[in-house]
Ligand binder design. Structure first.
Ligand code: XMP
Length: 323
């Protein structure tokens, strides 16, 4: 019968058999799936695994620390953190178009990740032949079921590595649904902040700033988002809502008054949604007291924000994210 313990035991044995005495690489995104996949593989092969975390500077408050400190403390994994925020901000400078932003972030991410892979390949030790991915059962069904390999094209290669290196995939979550993945993660000792995390897009806060992405705007949005999350958690609403994007309308200003002065600041949008699978969603009917508290705190505590608005659009027609 299905128990979390059985799944872990089976997968640990399967991973050991697959990887043998070679090495594996796993990219951590800060999300549940990659963290649980990495924790399982770590349990199976220990120091033969190296995890890579690309810090693109677009994460929310505390999320990078969760990976750097809490994940490592819970698993003992080897972690290589690449701080690439300068590079991402540079590439995003002057860009406001949502699809262009997404393409730039995706492209830079792959470049930085491949560079990190190459550095690991150059280290002394057994051959690095495996790439760990947090593919879940619904992803397998959606994509037609094949298992596979991944290529790394070493276009930044300066050190005499082959032109094209192929990794075999290790996908220990392929038979699991999301709630099962969370149970496995909890059993492996990962903290709730990682295991119960709500969905967060790969391009991060970069697609929650309507307008150009700058460091100042990111700092501002990070503060507003942290306040919203804190109050939603304090009100016990984390399990009721699917996620609550917090969006900065950086290209919009409106007039306000604070103390005895006129302000001309930016609006923050709250986008709380209820959903089963993110394909469709309804706007969440949050209690007015909670909304009021979030609004008061954001306008008091976040510089340059003088208005908080609530998105009451379902999906369709609105997507969950604004970009
Ligand atoms: P939309 O905005 O399309 O979002 O209604 C549906 C769900 O997907 C998340 N999302 C992403 N997740 N990379 C991701 O990993 C992305 O580029 C991305 N874009 C949107 C979004 O947060 C929501 O849960």
């Amino acid at each position: 019968s299905w128990t979390t313990g059985n799944v872990i035991e089976e997968q640990v044995a399967a991973i050991r058999a697959q990887v043998g005495d070679k090495r594996a690489i796993c990219g951590l995104s800060g999300g549940v799936d990659s963290a649980v996949a990495a924790a399982l593989v770590q349990k199976a092969i220990g120091s033969q695994l190296t995890c890579v975390y690309v810090d693109h500077g677009l994460m929310r408050k505390g999320e990078t620390e969760q990976v750097e400190k809490d994940f490592v403390a819970a698993t003992g994994a080897n972690l290589k953190v690449v701080d690439a925020s300068e590079r991402f901000l540079g590439a995003l400078a002057g860009v406001s178009d949502p699809e262009t932003k997404r393409k730039i972030i995706g492209r830079e991410f792959i470049r930085v990740f491949e560079q990190a892979q190459l550095e690991i390949l150059r280290e002394d030790g057994p051959e690095v032949a495996f790439l760990v991915q947090g593919t879940l059962y619904p992803d397998v069904v959606e994509s037609g079921g094949g298992t596979g390999t991944a290529n790394i094209k070493s276009h930044h290669n300066v050190g005499g590595l082959p032109d094209d290196i192929e990794f075999e995939l290790v996908e220990p979550l392929r038979q699991l649904f999301k709630d099962e993945v969370r149970a496995v993660g909890a059993q492996l000792g990962l903290p709730d902040e990682i295991v119960q995390r709500q969905p967060f897009p790969g391009p991060g806060l970069g697609i929650r700033i309507v307008g150009e992405v700058t460091r100042e705007r990111l700092d501002l949005l990070r503060e507003a988002d942290a306040i919203a999350r804190e109050e939603l958690t304090a009100a016990g609403l984390d399990r009721d809502i699917w996620q609550c994007p917090v969006v900065l309308l950086a290209d919009v200003r409106s007039v306000g008054v604070q103390g005895d002065g006129r302000t001309y600041g930016h609006p923050i949008v709250l986008r709380p949604v209820s959903s089963e699978d993110a394909m469709t969603a309804d706007w969440s009917r949050l209690p007015y007291e909670v909304l009021g508290k979030i609004s008061t705190r954001i306008t008091n505590e976040v510089r340059d924000v003088n208005r908080v608005v609530l998105d009451v659009t379902s999906k369709p027609p609105g997507t969950i994210e604004w970009e």
